[in-house]
Ligand binder design. Structure first.
Ligand code: C2E
Ligand code: CA
Ligand code: CA
Length: 768
């Protein structure tokens, strides 16, 4: 209202002074006197009209009726002012009606346009607004002036009788215009100054107000719970997040002290939280994690900052800012879990195992045991069934082993692949650790049902004790490993404690491995050939090629010693290729020299059997050496037939080409016999273990005779291995098995000796 009043005064005075200064500039031939009352009335009228007009248009949104109302009011004010001002002159005036109306119209139109413009340009860029407002002011000024001069043009003046003019005042034409103009401008100037000063004040005030609103909003809308506390631990402020995070009501916060919050803190953190909070009251910012039990019972993890509030250097209270980090904490825990557990089995992983082991050693554990558990024949399952089944198998093995142990004192971890470790607390002695190992071995050995077949695997366990078998984690594991390899070497499926001698053996193995890599290029391998004899007539019907290693310092080494190392290190591919090529070359040479047209048997390792393109690789060697395919017999073992689908494919390719297949070590492989009739196998080789005691052991006799009749039934050849005595031979002959391989007839011999002993009569150009 006050502002409108100011505006109206400025506007009215402006219009009025325009009129009067204009009047004074207007010279009439007579001297004019003015009626003071009317002069004053004209000022009051125009100010009042301006007030009313500004009041009508001065609102947020301008509607057409308001604009029209304001325009009409202002035009009325201006016109009224003009004509009352004219009437104050004590002379007779008549008006031309048309021009009179025109002057009023000018005032009306200009007022409307000026109002509309000034309203229309109220918002927007400030610099432009100034110009636009100036524009609308000019229109307004022009309108007032236009109205004035049009009104003057409409007037016709006539002198009155001198008596009638005697009581009016005569205006001084020299100074009065300047006086009026100056006064008006002063009024306007003061108004503008007032506006300016007031603006400054209100802007500052609104800025402070705005700042406070910003801070409030930061407080109220913060995601973190914020509670402000005074020095008497009274709660003097809190935001909605504080109620949300704690589940405590608005009323609770209004009426309780911070001490009542303490019982809601989880018990294990309560005391620490209290201490840290009190420290913040001493003026030290505190940062800590704690947890609270929400009203709905769940645990909320909090990251808390206590910020002391200082006014003029004195602590007057503290802010508790609490962030809900439950989800982050859970995620962190998940990551932590992933980092320390094996993904496949959920067991502790290598990292966790080492951490636990090192931790115990660092804490000067009295004693402890470390066991390394390796699953025998896992590679075979993985190779033949694929990784998906390999993984399923590992999960099952892990479950079984976990069932064998319990309690915090024992940790079972998966180190990777099929290797597991056990960390046993010192309270368990050697005997108890041995019992754990036995139990694991027993449980692992129960057959596994995979892809509708039973699989038999075993576990080999090596154990090292702290501190006697190693002072640190690395040494302990290494020695447990050594013991485990000893188990493997001795036929797997068992456990063994580490001893110093094992280390020497391991050392030897490491040396052998290094030498083995060089052995092929250095030509240190040779093949011996063990004849296979038809007992009825003593005829040689084939030979088995058996590899020997002429080691430069260790002499002749048997394959049982180095084949496992070759398989472990992958050297077996290269070695196997050499054996196959050499055996075929030798047999072809014998054939060419007129020797008996017999087959050569070559042993294949599981890895070789599963190598891609086995058949084309064998074909290549046959073509290279020129040996006809039906003179080559490949010896494979039952364990390679784990996945009948895969092995049938491989075997069919080989036999289609004419190569013969014999099943070596038959009877030791556990696996089901049902697949035998599905596979293209030409020959069964009865394992030596059944022959060894066959003369005394009736069980072995029964097994052997069963194998023989089964082979006959399946239309397969059968040969017995490891015949050393005449008695053994007789039993086999009685059971209708006359094909024999064994020391009884011959040990494996170098090629030249085979020729000498068995190639009679041979042509002179034969042999080497
Ligand atoms: P295997 O395939 O079962 O070979 C028969 C083994 O029994 C040979 O041992 C042979 O010397 C031995 N033997 C034969 N008759 C008798 C007997 O009457 N009494 C006794 N006590 N033993 C007899 P060797 O040559 O030490 O070979 C051991 C194993 O090494 C072989 O068992 C075979 O699995 C593997 N092997 C040999 N050469 C190769 C090869 O070139 N490649 C692959 N992958 N493995 C091979
Ligand atoms: Ca063999
Ligand atoms: Ca054999």
């Amino acid at each position: 209202m006050l502002w409108i009043l100011f505006g109206a005064a400025g506007m009215g005075l402006g219009v009025w002074s325009m009129h009067f200064v204009g009047m004074l500039a207007f010279s009439l031939s007579m001297s004019v006197t003015y009626d003071l009352v009317k002069v004053l009335l004209s000022v009051v009228v125009v100010i009042a009209a301006s007030f009313a007009a500004l009041f009508v248009v001065g609102r947020r949104r301008l509607t057409v009726p308001h604009l029209l109302g304001g325009g009409v009011l202002l035009a009325t004010g201006i016109s009224a002012m003009h004509y009352i001002g004219m009437a104050s002159m004590q002379i007779d005036i008549t008006y031309q009606p048309v021009v009179f109306v025109l002057s009023i119209l000018i005032a009306l139109v200009a007022s409307l346009v000026a109002f509309w413009l000034s309203f229309y340009f109220r918002d927007g860029n400030e610099r432009i607004i100034v110009w636009k407002k100036l524009g609308s002011s000019l229109i307004m000024g022009a309108a007032v002036a236009g109205m004035h001069y049009t009104g003057m043009y409409a007037a016709r003046f006539q002198m009155r009788e001198p008596s009638a003019v005697s009581h009016g005042i005569v205006l001084n034409h020299t100074f009065l215009p300047y006086f009026i103009a100056g006064g008006t401008l002063l009024t306007l100037g003061l108004s503008i100054l007032g506006i300016f000063i007031s603006n400054r004040f209100s802007r500052k005030e609104s800025k402070i107000l705005q700042n406070e609103k910003w801070y409030r909003s930061l407080f109220d809308n913060n995601q973190d719970g914020i509670i402000s506390i005074d020095m008497n631990t009274r709660i003097i402020g809190f935001n909605s997040s504080a109620t949300r995070i704690t589940g405590l009501s608005h009323e609770w916060f209004l009426h309780e002290t911070i001490a009542s919050l303490l019982p809601h803190i989880v018990e294990e953190e309560r005391e620490r939280t209290r201490e840290l909070f009190l420290k913040s009251l001493e003026g030290v910012t505190q940062n800590y994690n704690t947890a609270i039990i929400h009203q709905d019972g769940r645990r909320v993890e909090l990251s808390v900052v206590n910020v002391p509030v200082e006014l003029d250097g004195q602590v007057v209270g503290t802010y508790i800012i609490a962030k809900d980090v439950t989800e982050e904490a859970a995620a962190k825990e998940r990551i932590q879990h992933l980092a320390f557990h094996d993904e496949l089995t959920g067991m502790p992983n290598r990292r966790m195992f080492y951490q636990a082991l090192n931790g115990r050693i660092d804490n000067r554990a009295e004693g402890l045991s470390v066991a390394v558990i390796d699953i025998d024949r896992f590679k075979l399952i993985n190779d033949s069934l694929g990784h998906t089944y390999g993984d399923m198998f590992l999960q099952e093995v892990s479950r079984r082993m976990e069932r064998c142990i319990h309690g915090d004192e024992i940790m079972l971890a998966r180190m990777g692949g099929d290797e597991f470790t056990l960390l046993v607390d010192g309270r368990y002695g050697k005997d108890e650790v041995a019992r754990f190992a036995e139990r694991i071995i027993e449980d692992v050995a129960v057959p596994y049902r995979l892809k509708e077949n039973d699989f038999y695997v075993t576990a080999s366990i090596g154990i090292a004790m702290y501190p006697q078998d190693g002072e640190d984690a690395v040494q302990l594991l290494k020695n447990a490993d050594t013991a485990m390899y000893e188990v493997k070497k001795n036929g797997k499926n068992g456990y063994q404690f580490y001893t110093g001698e094992l280390n020497e053996q391991l050392q030897e193995k490491i040396e052998l491995e290094a030498d083995l890599r060089q052995a092929i290029v250095r030509n240190q391998f040779v093949l011996d050939y063990q004849p296979q004899i038809r007992a009825d007539d003593g005829q040689m019907i084939g030979v088995e090629a058996l590899v020997r290693w002429h080691h430069p310092s260790k002499g002749i080494l048997s394959p049982g010693l180095f084949i496992p190392i070759a398989e472990e290190t992958g050297i077996i591919y290269e070695l196997g290729t050499w054996v196959l090529r050499e055996a075929c070359r030798q047999m072809k040479k014998w054939h060419d020299a007129g020797g008996p047209l017999i087959t050569v048997s070559v042993n294949l390792s599981s890895q070789q059997f599963h190598q891609p393109n086995l058949s084309s690789y064998v074909k290549g060697i046959l073509e290279e050496t020129g040996l006809a395919p039906h003179y080559l017999e490949l010896e494979i073992t039952e364990s390679m037939m784990m996945d009948p689908v895969v092995s049938t494919g491989i075997l069919n390719e080989l036999t289609d080409y004419g190569i013969r297949i014999s099943l070596d070590d038959f009877g030791t492989g556990y696996s089901s016999l049902s697949y035998l009739k599905l596979l293209p196998i030409h020959k069964l080789k009865i394992d030596r273990s059944f022959i060894r005691d066959i003369t005394e052991n009736r069980n072995d006799q029964a097994i052997v005779s069963t194998i023989i009749s089964m082979a006959q039934h399946l239309n397969m050849d059968v040969i017995a291995e490891g015949i050393e005595t005449k008695d053994q031979l007789d039993i086999l002959m009685d059971n209708d098995c006359s094909k024999i391989q064994g020391y009884y007839y011959s040990r494996p011999l170098p090629a030249a000796e085979v020729e000498e002993a068995f190639f009679v009569p041979m042509r002179n150009d034969s042999g080497k």
